[in-house]
Ligand binder design. Structure first.
Ligand code: NAD
Length: 370
């Protein structure tokens, strides 16, 4: 019996007198959540699940691949055999909701096209499962809020797939920023992009607004937004943005290249670049007493960084997604901080919407209250 069904059944059994059940309920929750390794079900077995998440789940210590949800029947057999997934833990999009009855699944990880995130995250929460939602969290602020509300209502934990918060080079930048190692930060620039026409499928969902919610900004742009924020150590208060395209026939439904400028409360300024037409992968900040940078900054690693003091930022390579999923599992079982709460995904969508608003208004400065 999972936590949600346990809760419901217990509440019914005691005639809805929920308060007197607090003590046994807490014990039962503790028992279930102190399990050694939590079971994860991946929803959507595309590129990211196949080449990053599933292999990472062979390296995790606190969670494991327990189930799959796929719309492609051939994948059921291939994945079932490769990862020794029992038949009862294999679902399709129609049977997905019956996952509520499966106690071996603790976390549902939604790895579908962006416009499908909200629906599946909300259904996962209703099934009483903890949720990891891939980035961008959803295609609108309203959808992000609906996911957060559904998880709060079901009393399940929620995280977004921003893997870099568990990554040591990025954490070292966060430490440098927090300790103001190079004095006041004056300027940060974050660039994240890759040429998507390198993908031989011109019908890929990332180029269709109905499925992606937008182009480069929704894809790699959220990494540039993230980089600007943890590179500056504060949230922007305004944004001004521009869009341009050198291949308008190809990028006819979604943005190709976007640049944006942030103002921060300290007086620091920031600049981001994102593109589906150019490779870009860097974070740099200049301060009163020096500078720091990551280059590469957003790939699956190994990342690499330097500072003006001559030091290299370098750590042994580990799969970022394994670190990320273990961090979330520990958050659930041991109450460690949630490094990427749903509120962070929501915050980034507020910035995304402000950027699109600025572009729609010819580059007008949009103030933000994050
Ligand atoms: P993909 O195209 O390789 O896979 C998408 C999966 O969704 C496929 O299994 C496909 O069958 C399934 N799907 C279900 N309905 C679909 C529909 N209507 N149209 C298209 N596909 C449909 O995509 P991906 O690269 O695996 O990306 C999936 C999610 O993961 C996206 O939200 C993406 O932003 C995110 N992602 C995150 C990172 C990261 O670094 N955190 C990296 C890659 C992808």
């Amino acid at each position: 019996m999972n936590r949600r069904t346990f809760n419901t059944k217990l509440s019914k059994a005691i005639g809805g007198v929920a308060l007197v059940s607090n003590i046994p309920l807490a014990c039962a929750f503790e028992a279930s959540e102190n399990k050694k390794s939590l079971g994860i079900a991946l929803v959507g077995l595309g590129t990211y699940s196949t080449y990053e998440l599933a292999p990472s789940l062979l390296e995790t210590k606190h969670c494991h691949l327990a189930g799959i949800v796929t719309g492609t029947p051939e994948k059921e057999k291939i994945w079932g055999e490769k990862y020794k997934i029992p038949k009862e833990n294999i679902y399709n999009y129609n049977t997905f909701d019956s996952i509520i009855n499966n106690d071996s699944i603790d976390i549902i990880y939604v790895v579908l096209p962006n416009a499908m995130h909200a629906d599946f995250c909300i259904r996962a929460a209703k099934a009483g499962k903890h949720v990891i939602c891939e980035k961008p969290m959803a295609v609108s602020v309203a959808e992000c809020q609906a996911i957060i509300d559904a998880c709060a209502k079901a009393d399940v934990k929620l995280s977004v797939g921003y893997r870099l918060h568990s990554e040591p080079h990025t954490q070292e930048i966060q430490r440098i920023v927090k300790e103001k190692e190079f004095g006041k930060i004056n300027f940060v620039t974050a660039e994240a992009g890759y040429p998507s026409y390198g993908n031989p499928d011109p019908n890929q969902w990332r180029l269709k607004k109905a499925l992606s919610g937008g182009g480069a900004l929704m894809n790699m742009g959220v990494y540039a937004i993230q980089g600007a924020i943890y590179g500056a150590g504060e949230l922007p208060i305004s944004v001004t943005a521009q869009e341009f395209s050198t291949k308008p026939d190809y990028f006819n439904d979604t943005d190709e290249t976007i640049t944006a400028q942030f103002e921060f409360p300290s007086g620091a300024v920031g600049s981001i670049f994102t593109s589906h037409n150019a490779k870009a992968d860097r974070l740099y900040a200049s301060c009163d007493k020096g500078w720091y940078e990551l280059d590469t900054a957003y790939t699956y690693g190994p990342l690499h960084g330097r500072t003006s003091s001559g030091s290299e930022i370098t750590f042994p390579h580990k799969r970022q997604q394994a670190l990320q999923m273990d961090d979330f599992a520990l958050h659930i079982t041991q109450g460690t901080p949630n490094k990427v709460p749903g509120s962070m995904g929501l915050r980034d969508l507020k910035i995304v919407e402000a950027i699109y608003q600025s572009i729609a208004q010819g580059g007008k400065k949009i103030t933000m209250n994050l």
